[in-house]
Design a binder for this molecule. Sequence first.
Ligand code: DHE
Length: 528
Amino acid sequence: MKPGMSFALRAFLLAALSVLLTVRAVANNDDTETLYKEHCASCHGADRLGGQGPALLPQNLKRLRKKKALRVIASGRAATQMPAFKETLNKDQIAALAEYVYTPLDHVPAWGAAQITGSHVVHKQELVEGNAKTAEPVYGADPLNVFLVVEAGDHHVTVLDGDNFEPIHRFKSRFALHGGPKYSSDGRFVYFASRDGWISKFDMYRLETVAEVRAGINTRNAAVSSDDRYVIVGNYLPHTLVILKASDLRLLKIIPVKDGEGNTSRVSAVYNAPPRSSFIAALKDIPEVWEISYDDDPPTGFSQPWVHDYRKDSGDAPKTEAFPVRRIKVKQHLDDFFFDQDYINLIGASRDGHAQVINLDARRAVADLDLQGMPHLGSGITWRSGETTVLATPNLKKGEITIIDTATWKTIKRLKTLGPGFFMRSHENSPYAWVDVFFGPNRDAMHVIDKETLEIVKTLRPEPGKTAAHVEFDRSGAHALVSIWDKKGALVVYDAKTLKEVKRLPMSKPSGKYNVYNKITYSAGTSH
Ligand code: DHE
């Protein structure tokens, strides 16, 4: 301020400056909101609560430093659909967006018992228990050799006869299904999870949707118990695991995911562990693995002092605490994991590639794995090789398949590929393991690996220039089905022995495909 300026004039100028700054800040906020709407909302949701991409809220970005967030917006994120914006947006715009996603929302909608129950709908009461009258498929195909093909291009699912590869039925799914649908133990019912939290139960015999419920706002995946009684859903938002009654998807229990200090966490994923009568979940923000028993008489070591059982509020308290939890502390967060066939060891990795083996009985890490880059253990498979069982995993950052001896947990082979791969598959009756090259200039290639020599024996290019991804075998292992990952894509059926194409069906970005028999028998060559 200039000396001699009157007090009234000074006060006026200060007020004007403050109004100007406020107007600019509001304008900047408006600009950032517009940028968000234009570039981010279609995947992450207009409200930042997630959609095809994850929710962008401070509570879900705890493990992502702001500096890294800037890099992700500028350069994209490996192994996700997140594109690079550095050609479209300038540095200030990227910085403003990064700031924006770390700003808390005025109000994060609750998604508790009231909302879940409010969303619940039973479409076909007569199919809820699958009574005898409806226990025959409405088609002639072998119901155990049927495939479900998720067509991500237009959010549909095709039911495919696995003997003649003719479509039996096609229906609209919820928006953005993600992860493998989970079958009941006899293959009669299947449960789908969408990224925005919808769980749908579909009758594979009657080809009708039985019931639906929205179990979360932003969901990771779901699993079904071996006794067909329960479905569990792991969420990114809110930080919960939700247990549903499998028959009609009615809410049974919400387990808030938090540690002893009250820190909450997203769920990386949750799976059924058949021999243990339990679900196993790994957490994204707390270095713990949880085992949730669905046994009516759970073994010792399970407790859940921090869990509020909502049924108590309605006076409908259970006699014993159902679904108690056993917690295992681990060295690193586990973003991605799978199990050995006995479900004694969990093999997990963090996004930065630190990989470890957790013995679920000893409840501790028993080995570190020599894996680099970003192993995609969720796609890992195992097979017998000589006297031992090996596990093989693709890598989302490196053109490499790592093969590990599960007796010693030592890496026995690093097999060079034409680029990073996403999905890997085999079958007990096939001498080959198939892996895609999902990223880079060779993303139209599919490698076929000899399971004995551990060498690539053939590289297929089902449609040059278009991504070839995700393989699933039929029931007998005689055919392998490959996706052409494009809106004008296709499902390509190969003879799994001669490696020759036998059929091609046009489809809209067929992502995953899931054979009933291989899934319900927990084939070592496929995802569980
Ligand atoms: Fe997936 C399965 C996590 C990105 C397609 N993906 C899974 C599972 C997990 C997972 C935990 C196992 C769930 C199950 O089957 O119960 N996926 C993640 C990620 O963390 C990641 C890297 C980032 C994210 O966006 O969440 C990711 N996934 C993708 C994609 O970008 C893919 C290619 C396209 C899409 O649909 O979003 C994709 N994921 C799939 C598919 C499966 C899957 C097709 C089922 C594989 C199977 O054969 O079982």
